[in-house]
Design a protein around this ligand. Sequence first.
Ligand SMILES: Cc1cc2nc3c(=O)[nH]c(=O)nc-3n(C[C@H](O)[C@H](O)[C@H](O)COP(=O)(O)O)c2cc1C
Length: 881
Amino acid sequence: MAQPQPFTILCVDDSEDNRQSSAVLLELAGYRTLEAGTGAEALRLVAGADLVLLDVRLPDVSGLEVCRRIKADPATALVPVILLSGVFTRSDDRADGLEGGGDAYLTKPAKPRELLGQVKALLRVRQAERRASESLALLDTLFENAPVGLGFIDRWFRYVRANTALAAAAGIPAAEMAGQTVSAVVPDLWPHVEPIYRRILSGDLSSSSQDVFGETRARPGQVRHWLASHYPVALGGEVLGVGTIVHDVTDRKQTEDALRLRDRAIQAVDAGVIITDALQPNNPIVYASPAFERVTGFVGEEAIGRNCRFLQGPGTDPLAVAALRDAVREGRSCDVEVLNYRKDGTTFWNQVLISPVRDDAGRLTHFVGVQTDVTARKTADESLARLAAIVQGSRDAILSTTLSGVITSWNDGAAKMLGYAAAEVVGQHQLLLAPPDKADDMESALRRVGRGESVPPFPTVWLGRNGRPVDVMVSVSPIRDRDGRVAGASKVVQDITGVRHLEDQLRQAQKMEAVGQLAGGVAHDFNNLLTVITGYTELILEDLPPDSPTRDLLVEIHKAGVRSAGLTRQLLAFSRKQVLTPKLLDLNEVVRETEKMLRRVIGEDVRLGVDLQPHPGWVLADQGQLEQVILNLAVNARDAMPRGGGLTITTRTAPADHGGAGPRSGPAVVLSVADTGVGMTDAVKARIFEPFFTTKAVGHGTGLGLAVVHGVVAQSGGRVEVDSAPGRGTVFRIFLPLAEQPGGQSAGRSGVRGMARGTGTILVVEDEAAVRALTRHILQAAGYSVLEAADGEGAVRVAAGHPGTIDVLVTDVVMPGAGGREVADRLRGLRPGLKVLYLSGYTSDAVIRHGIETHKVNFLQKPFSPAALAAKVRDVLDGNR
Ligand SMILES: Cc1cc2nc3c(=O)[nH]c(=O)nc-3n(C[C@H](O)[C@H](O)[C@H](O)COP(=O)(O)O)c2cc1C
């Protein structure tokens, strides 16, 4: 603590002796002294003195005048003055001296004790005053320099005092504030503070420290914010006015506002926002925004203190977790999509964005994470990817164009179908793909799409790479943008070359069917006539003496009849109207049996090669017809090789997926007949199976050979393929369904016996009178008694009227009224066990429709020879079917 300064006493006397004796006395008592011999000198030195010993009689100015001047100067007014006068001082002088400001009056020579006593007493007061003024100055300084605004307002709401800070807050100089009313200085605040002032002034001290926020605008746009506290200033219980303390909280408010804004902003974000503490072990969550709960279902308190991995579960991809772990470990940001689990156990795709947060020193202190539920987008992405994969993988060409026709996308199907890679066509105009005569198809479809229409599938032709035309079916649809405006076109393009081919085949098949119907119909009527012609010829020949001159003529008639029957058989075969007798056959065996005959047919110029598969090729077919097929093909091959060549017959088994348009799928036995002949043009190839179509010279071919092949094969459930080109020979491939291997097939009886004979009674039912008569003749010639009827009714009548046995019923299948089957059934009702032989020149279909399955009953195909009929009847009699 600093030593208190000794007081300084100014001794003023014109007598140096007096001055010095006083000075010595005072210095001995511990004071410092100053000396002045004149009034002027005294006034100059008084500022440094704490007390003045003033002789009233001075050479220049009177001591009383000096005293007055000291007291008049505020700077020295409080310095006590002891007046000293001579011995004979009048009491008036003493009174004048004290009135002039002297604080004491001593007579010279003053006794030392008295002088020191007086000095001491006055300095005590002086010291108290000095202290008071010091503390006032201190308070003044405190008041003035306070960093907050301080003011005192009197009962009339006027500023009595205001410090610099308050004046600065009010925006005016402090000196100008004093005496001004609050409402004049801060009109913005006045409405807020007036009620408070009034309450305080009314003596309601409870409202003393009320804080009020306010703002002022010192300059336009420069807003300052204040926090003011007001309190009563009271003296002796009387409220003198209001004290005001005003803080400038502009910076604090701005900081708070900024923080509040950030908080609100975080809360407004749809995504969850969390902050984790990177300095704590396990990096726990220290803040979770409200949206975190919306996204995860966990409220803030449930998340705070935990590591975010609690959102993961069994379906979470470890690779995604590893990506998060690496980013956190390395203190860097990352963006990871991870499967997370909500509180209720449901899953969602969480896009986690993590960023490190560093302090001023650059040290990692926190992480901030943003969680967005991207399930919808992810699902949409996946279904989009699925759609893209479907489009990309489609066999159809799927492409898009702009409305002006520029290609914008191109799938794999398009690349395969048209031969261009996507990179070659994207950006090109679509007309690249249109032949000139089809360009308009393409452009007009695009125009329709531009008007918002969808163009349903239409057939057209597109050009593949190298100008290869492709038959296609195209549909075009608008592609719309988000606003529903047509922005482009999508095209789905189907290659219909195969369909076209099938259509051609179908047309061809329909044509063949129609021709077949016609041919079959004619052949059927012919059959009956030929049966009659050849039948009677044979009967007459049997009875004719060997040397009869008409025999040769009759033989010629018979030959012509037989040839005609062969022709009709071929017609029937072609039209698939003949009745086949399918048996299990080994195709290898059939070829072997035909081989010898073939060698004869093809002549010496043609080499015959036979290449049979090592195992049997079982098929269900009619042996005779199959031989006919091979023969017809061989004959054609021979004719195609006028200067010789090679003919190769091959058998193979083809697996189930051998393709083609055969009526049946499944494994097939393939018979190939290949020649090295002249080959065929496409035009010829397209017509070869038509009946009566021939490339041979007039008289050299019936035009039925391949028609028969087609008919027989088709009727046996197979199909024929042809491979041929001019100069490259021809291969016919016959696919026949592979039949089950037989358990123990009895070899079919073949060959025709001579006229078999017998006895007994036979009932012939036939609507064609001529055929009926022939049948009767043959049977009578063979030794039988014959009963006849023209239809079902007649047959029942005849049977009912015949007293004896009837051994065999020989009946036509298709007749007006009751058919053969019905006749047989009705007669069996009369005569149980009756044997029946069915005859028909009709199609197998028709026969089957009449309830007869030819392989289950006794059946004879018309036209028949007398020998065949006699043999068949014999069979029936012997065979007990
Ligand atoms: C700020 C921040 C936010 C995170 N948010 C998730 C989140 O939403 N879902 C999640 O599966 N993992 C989140 N993680 C990651 C996990 O907290 C943890 O780092 C991750 O599972 C790898 O660490 P671990 O192998 O120790 O589990 C976040 C990490 C941080 C730092």
